[in-house]
Design a protein around this ligand. Structure first.
Ligand SMILES: O=P(O)(O)OC[C@H]1O[C@@H](O)[C@H](O)[C@@H](O)[C@@H]1O
Length: 358
C-alpha cells in the first residue's frame, strides 16, 4: 500500500503517510491535513519543521507546507487573520488508497497504482464561524501526490459554490530545509519587481544577481517565471519549484531577531530554513458562482553537481536540458574545447608541412 492513514494517539490528528510507489525511502507525511514532511529516496528530510512546532488545533504547524487561503498576508493585505483561516483548520480526507478509519465508505480507491503516484485528496469547506468572518461558500480541495523518484506535487482547487462572486489570495507556504542559509542562492527571480514586506510593501525591482541571504528577508516577487531554483551549496542539493496558476513567489526568512519573537520557532532555526512560496497575491483570484480555480506546484530535489557557480537563470526559466550546468561552467567547457582544437591543429601542422602554422 502506498498510502497509510492513521490517527496519531498523542495529538488526535489524522496522520497520512504517502510512500513512494517503487518502495524507496521517499515519503510525504501529513498531519491534520498539512504536509509536515517530505523525504527523498535516501530518507533525508527536505522540508523544515521547527523543533518547537505546536501540534494543537486550531493552529498551523510551524514548518512543512501550510496553505494560505482565502488571504495571503496580514492586516495590510485584508481583513482576515494573517494568511487566512484555512491553515488553521483540520482538513477532511476525501480520497486515498486505503479505507479511512471509521468511515470506509468515504474512501474510494484512486488510480494510484496506474498513475504510479501515491495520492491523497483533502477537502476544506467553511464552518458557520468561517462564514461569519468570510461570508462565502466554497470547496477547497488539495491533492497531494508523491511520484516515482520522489517529486511532490500539490494541486489546489477552489470552487465557488455560492450564489455570489468572491475574491481570494492564496499561497503554498513551503518551508524548505537548508544546511546553512548563508550558503543558499535562489535563481529565477532576478530583475523582477517585488513588494517588500519589510518596507511597507514598497515596490522595487530586483537586481540581476541570484538572491542570497545575510539578513531578514520578506518579499513578494510578482509575475515570476514558473520555475525557480533554490541551490543549497553546503548540502550540494538544488530544489526545483515549478508552478502553475500561481503567478507570484514569496521568499521569507525571519532571521535572528524575528526568530526569537516566535514561540513555535527555535532561536537558531532561521539558519536551516527558507520559505519559497508559490502564490497568487498581487492580483486576487475572482470566481463567479460555479467557477473553479486551479493552482499547482511541483517540488523536486536534485543533487547539485558542483560546489559553487550558478545555474543560468535564463535556462532555469526556459527549462533547458542544460539547466544544471552553470553558465560559467558551460563557457569553461567551450574554452577548453577551443584550446584542445588549437593544440591538435598545432600538433598536426608540425607533422604536416602542408598545414600552415598559426
Ligand atoms: O508567522 P506566520 O503567520 O506563519 O507568517 C510567517 C511569514 O510568512 C511569510 O509568508 C510572510 O511573508 C511573512 O511576513 C510572515 O512573517
Amino acid at each position: 500500500m502506498n498510502v497509510h492513514v492513521e490517527k496519531d494517539p498523542t495529538t488526535g490528528f489524522e496522520k497520512v503517510i504517502l510512500k513512494e510507489p517503487r518502495g524507496s525511502s521517499a515519503q510525504v507525511l501529513l498531519y491534520g491535513g498539512q504536509v509536515t514532511s517530505w523525504k527523498n529516496e535516501r530518507g533525508e528530510e527536505l522540508l523544515f519543521l521547527s523543533s518547537k512546532a505546536i501540534y494543537k488545533s486550531p493552529k498551523a504547524v510551524r514548518g512543512g507546507i501550510p496553505v494560505c487561503f482565502p488571504q495571503f498576508g496580514g492586516g495590510s493585505q485584508g481583513s482576515l487573520e494573517q494568511h487566512g483561516f484555512a491553515r488553521n483548520r483540520l482538513w477532511r480526507i476525501v480520497e486515498s488508497s486505503v479505507p479511512l478509519p471509521g468511515n470506509n465508505d468515504a474512501a474510494p480507491v484512486t488510480s494510484i497504482n496506474s498513475s504510479n503516484k501515491a495520492i491523497v485528496e483533502l477537502l476544506l469547506t467553511p464552518t458557520e464561524d468561517d462564514q461569519k468572518i468570510w461570508p462565502h461558500n466554497f470547496e477547497l480541495r488539495l491533492r497531494v501526490a508523491l511520484s516515482i523518484g520522489g517529486d511532490l506535487t500539490m494541486t489546489a482547487k477552489v470552487k465557488n459554490i455560492d450564489s455570489k462572486p468572491f475574491n481570494f489570495t492564496f499561497a503554498l507556504h513551503t518551508y524548505l530545509s537548508v544546511a546553512d542559509i548563508t550558503e543558499v542562492r535562489v535563481e529565477g527571480l532576478e530583475t523582477l519587481d517585488y513588494y517588500d514586506n519589510l518596507d511597507e510593501l514598497k515596490r522595487s525591482t530586483e537586481q540581476g544577481d541570484a538572491l542570497t541571504f545575510d539578513t531578514e528577508f520578506d518579499r513578494v516577487y510578482l509575475s515570476t517565471p514558473n520555475k525557480i531554483a533554490v541551490i543549497d551549496h553546503k548540502k550540494k542539493r538544488t530544489f526545483i519549484l515549478k508552478k502553475d496558476g500561481l503567478p507570484d513567489a514569496v521568499v521569507w526568512n525571519p532571521w535572528e531577531r524575528k526568530a526569537k519573537l516566535m514561540a513555535d520557532f527555535g532561536d537558531e532555526e532561521y539558519k536551516y530554513m527558507l520559505c519559497v512560496e508559490a502564490a497568487a497575491v498581487e492580483k486576487p483570484i475572482s470566481l463567479k458562482p460555479g467557477e473553479e480555480w486551479t493552482g499547482r506546484q511541483e517540488l523536486s530535489a536534485v543533487s547539485s553537481s558542483y560546489f559553487s557557480g550558478q545555474l543560468d537563470p535564463r535556462k532555469v526559466v526556459q527549462g533547458s536540458s542544460n539547466e544544471h550546468l552553470p553558465q560559467n561552467q558551460t563557457s569553461i567547457i567551450s574554452r577548453f574545447s577551443l584550446r584542445l582544437f588549437a593544440v591538435i591543429t598545432l600538433m598536426c601542422s608540425s607533422r604536416n608541412p602542408n598545414i600552415k602554422k598559426f
